[in-house]
Design a protein around this ligand. Structure first.
Ligand code: GTP
Ligand code: MG
Length: 435
């Protein structure tokens, strides 16, 4: 079995993590409090057997047959668990707390690794807004990529946004400083609270929503794109294979996720409703990161469908058709830019009989990066809040270096946006012949 060790960092990371475990355990028919197996009357014997077999990707089975999350929870030493943010800086999380806690944390992570049959990699939940999520998170991510260079390192990272609650003055510095460690990771999924909140209001029809609702949404998305390797043996049957299909260039591994769910029924025609389900994924308002997907290009994407409403050839045909209709939005030089997978087991919390989520590697992700960069630059120019970082032993050069790294990443994405088709190689061949 390919096992994953999870690490939750900071208030946000811990809350998202706990929501993830809740959803995951329910999907695998486990009691969320005791970890005992629950008999589900609804799933078939075959699906139950698969669910049991694959749940130890994320969960550890104890000797008494109960399952517990294979996870390490980390919070700043000043935090009261459950409180949102202490206003720490990256410098505090990385240098002060990080240097002090790193050996102990890594020792505890190693103990989780010992529980694995075969370690496939790590997944980290955090926000890069606060000091712990960004600073301590970066410390741990850097250590993991140095110590386990061949292992998968995935992150679920919350970015700052102009949300109405939880804004932080240091968040833009913290975020830019985190980019170096995210670049050293393998697979980074990005969310922001503004997009999550809008999706909650629109799709889940909630008048007011708190972190719990936003975290449920993130947790469901992670459950969705990991469902093919938890419930079946399809093409993308591990994190690593998912990453192989999505990452066209090693540094460009920053993804956004869009979701869609609906009742697919024979009466309305399975094909046409499946098409609507797929088309919704390309609508920016269904993206869990604030973006305009019309302004940029998809490099690669992976759509995971859930439900028993269709078969793999039907969904491939449907995704292919939608791709042709949106051809101008896809990069022309990547042949198989849309991958699909199907998981028959639907989440117990889904109110519909089908859902789909699309994880995309697209150049429009730079819109989120540019928002962060612009505020970062404005603050740095005026040296606003800089003392909070300098007091932790950082110097201004570190800020400049982080800015250059961030700028490089944006430029790299933009470079692939402007390449518009196959290069004509026929003239090269003719030239060679002439010689
Ligand atoms: N989606 C979501 N966002 C959260 C949650 N908690 C906090 N945030 C956002 O993340 C930011 C950082 O908060 P925390 O994660 O608590 O901060 P931290 O990483 O613990 O860092 P420090 O407390 O400063 O050391 C907040 O300003 C919010 O914008 C949560 O549960 N869900
Ligand atoms: Mg905190």
């Amino acid at each position: 079995m390919k096992d994953i060790v999870s690490i939750c960092i900071g208030g946000c990371g811990n809350r998202i993590g706990s929501s993830f475990w809740k959803h995951l355990m329910r999907e695998h028919h486990l009691n969320i409090f005791t970890g005992e197996k629950i008999d589900s009357a609804t799933s078939s014997d075959q699906l139950k057997a698969i669910a049991e077999e694959h749940c130890n990707i994320f969960l550890h089975e104890k000797e008494d047959g109960k399952f517990v999350p294979r996870v390490k929870l980390l919070e700043s030493k000043f935090a009261t668990f459950g409180n949102c943010g202490n206003g720490n800086s990256f410098g505090n999380g990385y240098y002060t707390d990080g240097s002090l806690l790193e050996p102990k944390i890594m020792d505890q992570v190693r103990r989780r690794i010992e529980q694995c049959d075969y370690l496939d990699g790590f997944q980290v939940f955090h926000s890069i807004i606060g000091g712990s999520g960004s600073g301590l998170g970066s410390k741990i991510l850097t250590h993991l990529s140095d110590d386990y260079p061949s292992k998968f390192i995935g992150t679920t990272s919350v970015l700052p946004s102009e949300e109405c609650f939880g804004g932080r003055s240091l968040s833009y510095y913290n975020s830019v400083l985190s980019v170096q460690s995210l670049l050293a990771s393998t697979f980074v999924t990005l969310f922001d609270n503004q997009a999550l909140e809008q999706y909650c209001r629109k799709e889940v029809k909630l008048e007011s929503c708190g972190y719990e609702n936003l975290n449920d949404l993130i947790a469901q998305s992670v459950c969705e794109y990991t469902s093919p390797f938890r419930f079946s043996q399809s093409l993308n049957s591990s994190y690593r294979k998912l990453a192989t299909n999505l990452v066209t260039y090693p540094r460009l591994h920053f993804f956004s996720i869009s979701r869609s769910q609906m009742e697919v029924n024979v009466k309305n025609g399975i094909k046409s409703t499946l098409e609507t389900l797929t088309r919704n994924l390309f609508d920016s308002s269904n993206n869990l990161l604030t973006l305009n997907s019309q302004q940029g290009k998809y490099l690669t994407s992976n759509i995971c469908y859930r439900g028993t409403i269709s078969n793999i050839s039907m969904i491939e045909e449907c995704a292919g058709k939608i791709k042709i209709q949106n051809e101008s939005q896809f990069s022309k030089w990547i042949h198989s830019s849309i991958h699909t997978s199907l998981c028959e087991t639907i989440s117990p919390v889904c109110k519909f009989n089908s859902s789909a989520s699309m994880i995309s590697n697209a150049t429009f992700i730079t819109q989120a990066f540019k928002r962060i960069r612009d505020t970062f630059k404005n603050q740095l120019k005026r040296k606003a809040y800089l003392s909070h970082f300098l007091n932790e032993g950082m110097d201004e050069m570190e800020m400049d270096e982080a800015e250059w790294n961030f700028e490089d990443l944006i430029l790299e994405y933009e470079q692939y946006e402007t390449v518009c088709g196959y290069e004509d190689t026929s003239s090269d061949v003719e030239d060679e012949d002439d010689e």
